[in-house]
Design a protein around this ligand. Structure first.
Ligand SMILES: [Zn+2]
Ligand SMILES: [Zn+2]
Length: 1023
């Protein structure tokens, strides 16, 4: 995970606040000992919630089962001795890091893999070692070669190095224990091999292998998870022995936590989740949010279990006599120590950004800490910070980074969805804490609710969320992000039946466990409501849609595994996204057939990421002037229309190549008739520059072609005969060195055909499933190459390689229109031939697609829609998009989009044409209701509901909105776009003394901008 970079300005303000607020804390702490002694319950886990939980375990089998499972899981923890638990907690001087060999400062390769088997271990993922803390303490076992490191008995060394405060200090340890146990003879050359004193084994090249560092990172999370099991077991059982064990861990963590600082290890070049800032405490600043949230939550749970727990206080007193750790031995001292050492330390660390994750993470940490502290006015002051503009800034983020589809400013789904999840958790925490009344996230920001449905909507054909940017893996088909339980929360908060329906449908037509709250009196009240609503709802509506806020254009034909879909991402290419604006993938037969690489080998600065997985040319795009795309907020919608059996969109991606005249992609998805087949058309127009490379890769598997005469390049890569595979881009374009097994045709014909046969095993493809993807390319190139390229090799299930085709055009002030037809098929193709039937004028394109069954489709694209388009076969169109299907010589279907007429023989289809006008007025209220007043009289009959209102704005964001309803107002029409806001930020500096309450907001578009709404007319013989 990467950190969102803070502006320096904001950082300074937080620093000032820390100083200011810490003074306040000092005064409060001095007064608060008595208050602590009286606090009987946690702020979140109140007496009432705990009683409800325990009653529910009496009355419901499922709750009893949960209890039994938890008690069983907590058993190994509660049976550990008090001393053992206390000694488990490492201090600041116990090193930690998240990779054994990754090094930010060392020369040479960034990582080395296993000391024995090298890079083989990478197959087991980014974090391949899973220490067995109980059975193999202080050891890592390589999952690939099974070697065990370090070779010394580190446990013995650790025990010898405990200082007067009970903490490890390597300098105090017995160095004679530092030898390879299998080679105890000092003259044995292997005597020191694989030995780690905590700071890593240094190999013959001077590189460190930090076995213990990695182990200790994992150990912290192991302790935190054991602690939460103990805390849960206490809640379920009310048995104070669990609270005692948990409190011992918490008290000890509170002893060491103030001193914890990740920086000394970061400075050595070690890795952690610190976003490259070298900040953090136990962990890097990003993951620090998670461990502290978890520790504070456990503390909140067990507070009541520390009352009259003399065994606990006696033990702590005994420890305080053994070590220099301050006075211990009473409940007041325990609470004081954890409040100060853990919660207040964490508060300060959030403000100083030592605890700082992706947006939502540190806000959640602080809310959890504040509520666990439950001391007024201190707790509410902390929570205020979450909303303050110079603090957690929830209101500002709602406007500036949260889009109308419910995602954040990240482009990769995993990251883009994260903020909604996290802010929902903040909202839930705060709802469970009635002492704070100043803000209610759900009520204050109605636009936030889209977040509950966004993942559900993102899933192509309802089954697969595209693997965009640093998300998923190559070809992963999963809609796991569309979690029904999360959608049900939307219903719990809002009672909007849409959420209930979506939750029910995504839960495989069931309300089972949805909205269940074990802390509530009637834990399944919500589930019963969802059941009632869900039973009556229809299945997920067919057909794609546009998510113009996130930047995803989805065309669909059919549904589920028998459907076909195109997903084009034209949103964020910043942060965890790739520079891949307008990249597309094609889903058919339940498989991604033009798969994005997904999550890179390592999301860091390495050639395999920056020059390959995270490069433009690795995607299905036109790579221009040998330069990657510029990283941007997104592209702009020019057209989107999804009708039954026919879908089209046109996207403008000029922001990614601002020096070009045009960088625009138009894609179609057209139903092919029987057995739910469909084919796609891609028209990619690039104008300007001198080098255009259309890159496309299909699924893994063999490629056959017709039309090409290929010559094999004997050595090297696409970057050159002498450039090795994977070489860092230096003197050649990024990505070229990752294309290998290069074959070229230097005089390619104007039309070629390629056929990928999907390889057995690809994402579960069975040997008898004969699936192909065919590509007809109708573009004259200077040269065409076929090459292999490897997706990340350390992600389970990723293919070994992908087959690329590279269509290359060059020349001065180049104008290219790359036209391709993609046909996914099973067993036998359904397309017989594809022909261009236009006169070669690049702004008027016409394709004739003849099907095996005799049907003929004509697809017309006219960039200048006001110009008449006349084809030799007697078809003519005034308009932008036309489509005709002929069966046995008769037109059976016709369609026109944004035009006035389409005629052929005795057919003449008329249409009113595109709707155009100006925005007269807009709702400027940033709190969730998007409407505009336009200077046109529009139909109120619902015929435009679901269509796109496309506003020609000057800003970088796509001002395209789905129309919810239209109402006439005099000579104007009011278009409602639902609970969204048009505000996208605040002016800086702010305007002074304006009477307009919205004077300081920046909007996606302006009053006076022009707009259009696509219009169509269709005719079919069977209607
Ligand atoms: Zn190994
Ligand atoms: Zn990608």
């Amino acid at each position: 995970m990467k950190l969102i970079i803070l502006s320096l300005n904001k950082f300074k303000i937080s620093m000032q606040r820390i100083v200011f607020l810490s003074l306040g804390i000092l005064i409060l702490s001095a007064l608060s000992i008595n208050v602590h002694a009286q606090r009987q319950y946690g702020g979140f886990y109140t007496r009432e919630k705990i009683n409800n939980l325990q009653n529910n375990t009496q009355n419901h089998d499922w709750a009893r089962e949960l209890k039994d499972i938890t008690i069983k899981k907590a058993e190994p923890w509660v049976s550990k001795s008090d001393e053992y638990l206390w000694e488990m907690v490492p201090g600041q001087n116990t090193p930690r890091c998240i990779d054994v060999t990754l090094d930010r400062v060392a020369k040479g390769p960034k990582l080395l893999g296993c000391l024995k088997c090298g890079m083989e271990v990478l197959k087991y993922g980014n974090y391949p070692y899973n220490p067995e803390f109980e059975d193999k303490p202080w050891k890592l076992t390589c999952p690939s070669c099974k070697s065990v490191f370090p070779t010394n008995d580190f446990g013995k060394f650790y025990a010898s190095a405990i200082d007067e405060r009970g903490q490890f200090d390597a300098t105090k340890g017995d160095k004679t224990l530092l030898f390879n146990e299998a080679h105890p003879n000092p003259s044995d050359p292997m005597h020191k091999y694989g030995v780690d004193d905590g700071f890593g084994y240094i190999d013959q090249n001077g590189r460190s292998h930090k076995f213990i560092g990695y182990y200790v990172w994992k150990k912290w999370d192991y302790i935190s998870s054991g602690l939460s099991l103990l805390a849960d077991a206490y809640l379920y059982s009310g048995d104070k022995k669990y609270a005692r064990k948990a409190a011992i861990l918490l008290d000890r963590i509170a002893d060491v936590y103030p001193e914890m600082d990740w920086k000394p290890y970061a400075d050595k070049g070690w890795y952690h989740s610190d976003g490259g800032r070298n900040m953090g405490k136990i962990h890097g600043s990003i993951w620090e949010t998670q461990i502290i949230t978890s520790l504070a939550d456990s503390y909140d749970k067990i507070i009541s279990g520390t009352i009259d727990n003399s065994e606990l206080f006696n033990f702590l007193k005994k420890q305080s006599e053994k070590y220099t750790i301050g006075t211990k031995g009473s409940r007041a001292l325990l609470i004081q120590n954890i409040d100060d050492g853990l919660l207040r330390t964490a508060y300060k660390a959030v403000l100083s950004t030592h605890i700082r994750g992706n947006q939502g993470m540190h806000q959640l940490t602080l809310a959890t800490c504040a509520i666990a502290l439950d001391s007024q006015p201190e707790s509410n002051l902390w929570i205020d910070w979450i909303f303050a503009a110079d603090g957690g800034n929830i209101p500002g983020l709602m406007i500036s980074t949260f889009d109308r589809d419910g995602t954040s400013n990240e482009g990769a789904p995993g990251y883009a969805l994260m903020w909604g999840r996290l802010v929902t958790q903040v909202a839930e925490r705060l709802q469970g804490y009635p002492a704070y009344t100043k803000h209610n996230i759900i009520k204050e920001f109605p636009q936030f609710n889209t977040t509950f449905l966004v993942a559900y909507r993102m899933a192509a054909l309802g089954i697969a969320i595209p693997n965009m940017g640093d998300s998923g893996a190559t070809g992963t088909v999963s809609n796991a992000y569309a979690d029904p339980k999360f959608i049900a929360k939307g219903y719990t908060f809002t009672k909007d039946p849409e959420f209930a329906k979506a939750a029910y449908l995504s839960n495989k037509n069931s309300a089972d466990k949805l909205g269940r709250d074990i802390f509530s009196k009637d834990p399944d009240a919500i589930s019963k409501e969802i059941q009632r609503i869900g039973e009556k709802s229809r299945v997920r509506a067919d057909g794609g849609y546009l998510m113009s806020g996130f930047g995803l254009a989805l065309l669909e034909n059919g549904r589920g595994n028998s459907g076909v879909a195109i997903a084009n991402n034209y949103g964020r290419t910043i942060m965890h996204a790739h520079p891949d604006l307008m990249n597309f993938d094609l889903l058919a037969f339940g498989k991604w057939l033009a798969p994005d690489h997904g999550y890179p080998e390592f999301a860091t600065k390495m050639p395999s990421n920056t020059d390959w997985t995270g490069s433009t040319v690795a995607h299905n795009l036109v790579f221009v002037n040998e330069q990657p795309q510029k990283e941007v907020w997104g592209g702009h919608t020019k057209l989107f229309k999804q009708l039954k059996g026919f879908g089209v969109f046109e996207l403008d991606g000029k922001t990614a190549y601002p020096d070009l005249n045009e960088y625009k992609r138009t894609m179609f998805l057209i139903d092919a008739g029987a057995d739910s087949n469909a084919y796609a058309i891609d028209i990619f127009k690039v104008s300007g520059g001198q080098d255009h490379l259309y890159s496309f890769h299909g699924p893994p598997g063999d490629i056959t072609n017709t039309g090409l005469q290929l010559t094999e390049q004997k050595t090297g890569t696409y970057a050159g005969d002498l450039v090795e595979k994977g070489a860092s881009a230096n003197g050649f374009p990024r990505g070229y060195s990752f294309f290998y097994n290069v074959k070229r045709d230097l005089k390619p014909p104007a039309q070629i055909m390629l056929d990928w046969k999907v390889e057995t095993g690809y994402r579960g493809l069975k040997a008898n499933e004969n699936i192909h993807l065919r590509m007809y390319s109708l573009t004259q190139s200077n040269d065409v190459a076929i090459a292999d390229g490897d997706p990340p090799q350390n992600k389970p299930g990723n293919p070994k390689k992908l087959g690329y085709v590279l269509l290359h055009r060059k020349g001065e002030n180049l104008n290219s229109t790359f036209i391709s037809v993609f046909e996914p098929y099973k067993e036998k193709p359904f397309i017989k031939s594809v022909k261009r039937i236009d006169n070669g004028n690049e702004s008027q394109i016409a394709l004739e697609i003849e099907h095996i069954n005799g049907n003929i489709d004509y697809v017309l694209y006219n960039a200048e829609s006001e110009k008449l388009m006349k084809l030799p076969n007697n078809i003519s169109m005034s308009g932008n998009i036309g489509y005709l299907r002929k069966q046995k010589g008769q037109v059976v279907k016709s369609l026109i989009i944004n035009g006035s007429s389409l005629s052929h023989e005795n057919l003449n289809l008329k249409s009113g044409g595109q709707i155009k006008g100006k925005i007269i007025k807009m709702n400027k209220n940033p709190s969730g209701s998007g409407w505009v007043l336009v200077d046109q009289i529009l139909p109120e009959n619902g015929s435009l509901n679901g269509e796109q209102l496309i506003i020609a704005n000057k800003g970088e964001r796509d001002a395209t909105y789905t129309i919810k309803s239209i109402k006439r107002e005099g000579k104007y029409s009011k278009i409602e776009c639902g609970p969204i806001t048009f505000a996208i930020g605040l002016k800086n500096p702010v305007a002074q003394n304006s009477k307009d309450p919205y004077a300081n907001y920046i909007y996606e578009f302006e009053e006076g901008d022009s707009f259009s709404i696509p219009a169509h007319n269709e005719w079919s013989s069977n209607k």
